[in-house]
Design a protein around this ligand. Structure first.
Ligand code: CA
Length: 651
């Protein structure tokens, strides 16, 4: 391609080429790929570099092609071919000639594909809708966003899920009404827990699991192959490309019917391999390169997608809109958002708002990257330091909150506030406002930009981290240490009483352990899966979380996401090492239960009596029980708070 344009001044050849490409060939149509309806199928592919593109059609996923047709080159590098009939169910790929050499590629814009995504499929999407899908609606928004991070296979791989074997580890497990007896599992359990959003680890088609292989395979799925097609290994049948689409929709509909909104974990920062459909279709355009011509690797996965270029941004934004419209996805979590740009993220925010209403779809991401990456001129990385450039409706994971509560994420034995760390009192009190009143090296526009959490799929589970940091000599992950349980409850109590959005890893509420494995992305499913009998073993802890979840929704002073919400927090006090308290103005425009809250964190090992201001107070949560109501006798001026516990009082 470089030969198409001449080198210009201070820019590298590549930069200059890409800018000129964007000027001449930017295509804003939403119809790339194969669009198929009852009487018509139109194929469109974008490749200004191609000299010739041949469409090859197949009756089956495997086997020789039955037809090939030359595509016509049109405006802006778009190649087109139309058929006056539905080709629904036909498979296809392209033979692309660039610089005289022919390459076979699947369609990067494909909406359906065969086994392992190697061949694309034509799909009339209306034929993939489960019955009544057009009437599927997300449940109404609740007072707070409480996000439950879940991997599709983890949810039901355990026999204890009591999901029929054919559905175990699959999309369809979400359609099984979880049994209540002898204890609630799966959907019934989720509904009871009270979380509002289920955030699913990547489920667009990824490459690390052989879809024709056995069920013992496992991967988190951060290795995208087909960005606009659901992963096949979660479907009950990969031979028919429509099954994964229909079953994925069934899952989403069922989550909606159970009162849960659905968030999709999206990985637009890199592809499984550099040799992707994007690369084959338009070599060099979709990736970032270092000056020496090698691929940049800010993702630590071998390549970085070049967000900031016109057709890359179109690709990503259109893909997000597609999932929102076609699959009714309610929110998106951006993996390594720091590799994408502020401009792209704000554009996605505004396109979603325009289509679905302001804030209706929830957006957040990781405001970091694994390493530096050469960005396009004039773009800003969506990193934590640029939080204030992001729209107020884009959230970031707060590593500051996470690390101050439980200790540094990469230093396994380093403690945080709840497990023996010292000199963290000031920081904890800043975390309470979502870092709106200082304490961090950035300040969000509002606490609505903050995602509070203490564990996610990456790194140790909360339980394992606490065991490692509190029982350093002989950590036994299967033992029910009392002090670890107390620290776990306090960690939960703290982030559930911080302003901002709440996020938890599935199973955090029942002491989920990976037996000390820090990075289980391709470990056996048995290491990763949710063990449903643990919900009974750790029944008290589950009840505690459940109480916190239900209590939180009743506390407008903490749920407030407005830019001034931090003004509700007053009387921050450090009583002694490990003991802090603050008050919260809890008045609401309507339905206010309590005018004021008094919240105490006692991370020390000893009990501590905290002074209580005058008034008629009641305890809504302490270190063992959450969402209770215990009145304090009139005239009592001090309340004892147990070592390693929190207390929430209200009046
Ligand atoms: Ca796959």
């Amino acid at each position: 391609m470089a030969a198409l344009f001449e080198r210009k001044g201070f820019m590298t050849d590549r930069e200059f080429t890409n800018i000129k490409l964007d000027e001449r060939f930017r295509y804003d149509g939403k119809d790339l790929g194969a669009v198929c309806a009852e009487n018509r199928t139109i194929f469109k592919a974008w490749s200004p570099a191609a000299e010739r593109i041949v469409l090859r059609l197949y009756r089956e996923d495997r086997g020789a092609h039955c037809m090939e047709r030359e595509m016509m080159r049109g405006e802006r590098g778009v190649w087109e071919l139309a058929f006056e009939r539905s080709l629904h169910g036909m498979y296809y790929d392209y033979l692309v000639r660039i610089d005289g050499a022919d390459t076979v590629t699947a369609d990067p814009y494909a909406r359906a594909c065969g086994c392992n995504g190697a061949r694309s499929m034509v799909v009339d999407l209306r034929l993939t809708d489960p019955e009544g899908f057009d009437k599927d609606r997300a449940p109404d928004a609740q007072e707070e966003r409480i996000i439950y991070e879940l991997h599709i296979k983890d949810f039901s791989y355990d026999k204890g899920s009591r999901v029929p074997e054919a559905y175990r580890g699959k999309y369809m497990a979400f359609t099984v009404k979880g049994e209540e007896e002898p204890y609630p599992v799966c959907m019934e359990y989720l509904r009871r827990l009270g979380v509002t959003h289920v955030h699913l680890l990547p489920f667009f088609d990824y490459g690390s699991v052989d879809e024709s292989g056995d069920e013992e395979q496992y991967n988190w799925g951060y290795d995208p192959v087909n960005f606009n097609v659901p992963e096949g290994s979660y479907a009950t049948d990969v031979k028919d490309g429509t099954v994964r689409i229909r079953e994925c929709k069934e899952m989403i509909r069922s989550l909606h019917q159970n009162g849960l909104r659905v968030i999709m974990d999206v990985v637009y920062n890199h592809t499984y391999k550099e040799d992707s459909w994007l690369q084959r279709m338009m070599p060099g355009y979709y990736y970032r390169y270092e000056e020496d011509g090698s691929l940049s690797d800010g993702s630590a996965c071998g390549n970085d997608i070049a967000a900031g270029r016109a057709m890359v941004d179109n690709y990503i934004a259109d893909s997000v809109m597609y999932w929102a419209k076609e699959y009714h996805i309610d929110g998106f979590r951006f993996d390594l958002m720091g590799l994408l740009t502020v401009e792209l993220m704000n554009r996605i925010r505004s396109e979603l708002d325009g289509e679905f209403g302001k804030g209706e779809k929830f957006l957040y991401g990781e405001p970091w990257r694994a390493d530096a990456s050469p960005m396009e001129r004039g773009t800003r990385a969506a990193l934590k330091e640029n939080t204030r450039c992001l729209d107020d409706g884009i959230g970031i994971f707060s590593d500051d909150t996470r690390d101050v509560i439980k200790g540094h994420v990469f230093e396994e034995k380093e403690p945080g506030f709840v497990n023996g760390g010292s000199d963290l009192e000031h920081l904890v009190l800043h975390a309470v406002t979502g870092w709106r009143d200082g304490g961090a090296d950035f300040c969000p526009l509002s606490c609505g930009q903050i995602i509070n959490y203490v564990s996610a799929h990456d790194n140790f589970t909360l339980w394992d981290k606490l065991v490692l940091s509190m029982h350093r000599e002989n950590p036994d992950f299967t033992r029910h240490y009392e002090d670890v349980l107390a620290a776990n409850r306090l960690a939960a109590f703290i982030y559930f009483t911080c302003q901002g959005n709440l996020f938890m890893q599935a199973g955090e509420e029942f002491g989920r352990t990976k037996l000390g494995e820090e990075n289980s992305y391709c470990s056996r499913p048995e290491i990763n899966m949710l063990r449903w009998d643990q919900t009974v073993e750790f029944g008290d802890l589950v009840e505690y979380y459940r109480g916190l979840i239900h209590l939180r929704k009743k506390l407008p002073g903490l749920c407030d996401k407005s830019p001034g919400a931090e003004m509700r927090i007053t009387a921050k006090s450090i009583h002694r090492d490990g003991v802090v308290s603050f008050r919260v103005n809890n008045r609401a425009l309507e339905n206010g239960n309590w005018e004021e809250l008094l919240i105490i964190y006692n991370a020390s090992k000893e009990d501590y009596a905290v002074p209580v201001p005058e008034g008629s107070w009641e305890i809504l949560a302490d270190g063992r029980e959450a969402d209770c109501r215990r009145r304090i006798e009139e005239g009592v001026r001090e309340v004892p708070v147990e070592g390693r516990s929190g207390m929430l009082l209200a009046r």
